[in-house]
Design a protein around this ligand. Structure first.
Ligand code: RUB
Length: 328
């Protein structure tokens, strides 16, 4: 079944980071599924349609491996299609579910801004890393409420997403200064709060975000500066409840150095790192501000039924195992 060019273009835009940031990626993927449903040209058979939508989801899901938001948005739409009986109902449901996901994602970002802004105080200096719409929503909402803030935005090498944050904050009227990533510890003594985003939150409350985040968390911890993560609940990873590890994307060396230089050098370019829960004061979600250790509760609330099903399967597998139970 042919996949429409516009859908493949969205996948390519995510892969090449023309569309980037965990929230935007998730919304783009939902939109691509909606387009795929609208442009479907195969036979009007429910099974064929599901197969087609799954193959579209597979292409979209393979574009950026770390952000669980992408997979959760695909799962959100696909699981709703599967509940329908007829072909027509499935197409209609795919379009509605994609729109529902996009709307709720935008609302979640706004709500995170409202809840997170309560954590900031008049006169605060805030440091942010990379370009997170959720983190910027916190800062911009506080600014809109009349709070006087100053912001340090890290450059975020090698892709310089910090410049996007800088421009966005400047446009919103927030006083902002750009600093090199390596200057974070130097400036930490002036910082009152760190606010960053997340690509994935694990069941134990660890946060996967742009590489460098965990170093910033260490510097904040050392200086006793509060470290907040702004993350919608669809950035929480259900697979980590079952012990799955988060795959960290490594991007091409061309992003670090021009080809003529790196050809003689060995270069590695991880896009994300992991900040342990011990270094995080709170995660700001649209459902409330939670301690990182409460991540499992969010996951059970969001995915409880399917997780319980998976956990039962694991138990059954163990029971069926030839390995003597007494040795387990
Ligand atoms: C972006 C990044 C952002 C999170 C959260 O990385 O790490 O902090 O995705 O962003 P990249 P948001 O530029 O490699 O996609 O809050 O906008 O979802």
């Amino acid at each position: 079944m042919e996949i429409p060019g516009e859908v493949l273009k969205i996948a390519e835009d995510i892969r090449t980071m023309r569309v980037r940031g965990a929230g935007r990626i998730a919304r783009a993927a939902a939109y691509a599924l909606k387009l795929a449903a609208q442009r479907y040209g195969g036979c009007r058979d429910a099974k064929d349609f599901i197969k087609y939508m799954k193959s579209v989801a597979e292409i979209l899901g393979s574009t950026r491996p770390t952000a669980v938001s992408l997979h959760n948005s695909l799962r959100f739409v696909l699981s709703r299609i599967e509940r329908e009986g007829s072909f027509d109902q499935m197409v209609e449901r795919a379009i509605k579910a994609a729109e529902e996901f996009i709307d709720s994602s935008i609302n979640a970002e706004r709500r995170i801004g409202e809840l997170g802004s309560n954590l900031l105080e008049e006169g605060d200096t805030v440091l942010t890393h990379c370009n997170s719409s959720a983190a910027l929503s916190v800062i911009k909402t506080a600014h809109k409420r009349g709070m006087k803030l100053r912001v340090y935005a890290t450059e975020t090498r090698p892709k310089f997403q910090g410049l996007i944050s800088y421009q966005d904050l400047k446009n919103a009227g927030v006083p902002v200064t750009l600093i090199p990533d390596s200057a974070v510890r130097f400036f930490m003594r002036e910082v009152d709060k760190v606010v960053v985003g997340a690509d994935t939150v694990t069941a134990n409350g660890a946060v996967v975000n742009k590489v460098g985040t965990s170093l910033i968390a260490l510097a904040a911890h050392e200086a006793r500066v509060r470290f907040y993560v702004a993350a919608e609940t669809y950035k929480f990873s259900p697979a980590t409840v079952l012990g799955e590890l988060v795959f960290i994307e490594e991007r091409p060396p061309e992003e670090v150095l021009p080809r003529e230089v790196f050809e003689s050098l060995r270069v590695r370019n991880p896009a994300f790192d992991i900040t342990p829960p011990e270094y995080i004061d709170a995660i700001i979600t649209e459902k409330g501000v939670i301690p990182p250790k409460a991540a499992i509760m969010i996951l059970m609330e969001e995915y409880g039924a399917s997780l319980r099903e998976e956990l039962t399967k694991i138990t059954l597998d163990i029971e069926d195992s030839a390995y003597p139970a007494a040795l387990m």
